[in-house]
Design a protein around this ligand. Structure first.
Ligand code: HEC
Ligand code: HEC
Length: 451
């Protein structure tokens, strides 16, 4: 099956070399409603509820951070930073600071807050850079996740399963042990209690009770019926609808509009798909430019790290999930939907521009060794700054990252590089440029939504 697809793509690429317009779609087809959950039409009541929850700090332990803080409408569903400032920070986007006094953050969040575009398409079966939340029909809940058997039944899809976790993380939304009951439960590893504590907060807000009843007429008739699973399913419905963007010039081209791409963008598409040029589609395949697999491309490792190696400052990526050393430094191939809008790039936001990210792919080892740390977008605080580049300053660890790279060297002419960049800009859906319409003016808890 895999081989067949490959051959189709190859055959496509050859044809393509002669005449871009003669080549209909490189074996690709644009997504349509049936490729999304609920046929692309989740219930309006669930979406309405999910939108409010996504922006409501009531879900966090200290009621000071929402999903939107890190996945904001002003920063294209990311936060504009290399690494997020989680619970305890203040402000939004690149002006967010590390907080003050005893509330100040204890550490940076170790990975970049990724954009959350098009995750309501069924083909996205693995969440997070290391795929630690993933569809698994063999598991009673239907999903593999860090919660194991504690993950409850009734989650609509993997996006909903993902929404169970940010509220359990001390750095992201729960807060530090001792600060609140939500964190204490999380620190004790009692995730069901975390979810129960949040559900209880929601049960006590009459406006939410009505919204939950509207969204789940069959299963919720009174406040006590509300669970965090209902909340997660609503958040997923909102994300699937609000962040669906499949009207980029590239996808319009796939749908048959031959004029959707400019001549330079078409040439760039050839560079992207041709194995003899950019060869990008060997990993960034499919309509959303991802094979959903894990690859090592020698990205610079910055920030506090995920707790790996002797001092905890490394991030072993996929190996953290599989335990297989062959998976060390592999990260999930990201989708490139709206990629021009979502700097910084990579699992730790190491590259601040699209150009430097793409150039990294062309010569990964050299780019890793010459990494310019000044491009990292990290709010400064001396104790945090002191550990940000520990791995990059350690030649042995840099060498280990370099030698794991699956890409050696890709030679592109200046002209081809320019066309490639033009093509990447043609992956932007115009509707994604301004997302303010998806911001509620208020949330039922009454907590502020403007920061
Ligand atoms: C403090 C910042 C922060 C907050 C708050 C936060 N996230 Fe995230 N989010 C991240 C980071 C960082 C990752 C990537 C982590 C990783 O891959 O290990 C992520 C990953 C995700 C993903 C997976 C994307 C993908 O392509 O795999 C989704 C979906 C998501 N977040 C939704 C949410 C929702 C829903 C909430 C609220 C319940 C939330 N996030 C709260 C920082 C945050
Ligand atoms: C061997 C597989 C592979 C190939 C080939 C490849 N990429 Fe990637 N790409 C990845 C992986 C894996 C990441 C994420 C790495 C990380 O976060 O550490 C990535 C990240 C990116 C990003 C940043 C995405 C984001 O949201 O942060 C861009 C842009 C990108 N690739 C473009 C390209 C282009 C253009 C080409 C062709 C010149 C290409 N890639 C070839 C695997 C690949």
């Amino acid at each position: 099956m895999k081989k067949m697809t490959k051959n189709i793509i190859l055959a496509g690429t050859l044809l393509f070399t002669f005449n871009v317009n003669a080549m209909p779609n490189m074996g690709l087809s644009a997504p349509s409603n049936s490729d999304y959950y609920d046929n692309g039409m989740p219930s309006a009541e669930k979406v309405k509820l999910g939108k409010l929850l996504f922006f409501d700090k009531i879900l966090s332990g200290n009621q000071n951070i929402s999903c939107a803080t890190c996945h904001h409408t002003l920063t294209d569903t990311g936060d504009g930073l290399s690494l997020p400032v989680g619970e305890g920070g203040q402000g939004l986007g690149i002006t967010r600071d590390t907080g003050t006094g005893s509330d100040a953050i204890h550490a940076r969040v170790p990975r970049n807050a990724p954009p959350v575009f098009n995750l309501g398409a069924r083909e996205f079966t693995r969440m997070f850079y290391d795929g630690r939340v993933a569809v698994n029909s063999g598991h009673p809940s239907g999903f593999d996740s860090p919660a194991g058997d504690d993950l409850p039944d009734g989650l609509d899809n993997v996006l909903a399963a993902q929404a169970m976790f940010p509220v359990t993380s001390a750095e992201e939304m729960a807060g530090q042990a001792g600060e609140n009951s939500q964190t204490n439960a999380a620190a004790a590893g009692n995730l069901p209690l975390v979810w129960e504590i949040i559900a209880n907060k929601l049960r006590n807000i009459p406006e939410y009770v009505d919204l939950f009843k509207d969204a789940y007429p069959d299963s919720i008739s009174q406040a006590s019926d509300i669970t965090y699973v209902h909340a997660a399913n609503a958040i997923a419905a909102f994300e699937a609808q609000a962040w669906r963007f499949d009207n980029s010039p590239f996808l319009r081209f796939l749908k048959g509009d031959r004029k959707a791409l400019s001549p330079s963008e078409k040439k760039g598409m050839r560079v992207f798909y041709s194995p003899r040029k950019g060869n990008c589609a060997s990993c960034h395949s499919g309509p959303f430019q991802t094979d959903h697999e894990f690859h090592a491309i020698a990205l610079p490792q910055i920030g506090p790290g995920k707790g790996d190696d002797f001092d905890g400052h490394s991030d072993f990526g996929r190996e953290r999930v599989t335990g297989n050393p062959d998976d060390r430094f592999k990260f999930r191939t990201p989708t490139l939907s709206n990629i021009a809008l979502t700097a910084p790039y990579g699992h730790d936001g190491a590259y601040d521009t699209l150009e430097s990210m793409v150039k990294h792919h062309l010569h990964p080892r050299r780019s890793l060794r010459n990494y310019d740390t000044t491009q990292a977008v990290l709010p400064s605080r001396p104790d945090l700054d002191a550990i940000d580049f520990i791995v990059m300053n350690d030649t042995q660890r840099v060498n280990e990252i370099a030698s794991a790279s699956e890409i050696n060297r890709t030679r592109l002419s200046h002209r081809d590089f320019k066309h490639l960049m033009d093509f990447l800009h043609a992956l932007t859906d115009p509707a994604a440029i301004d997302l303010r319409r998806n911001t509620p003016s208020r949330v039922p808890s009454g907590l502020p939504v403007r920061d």
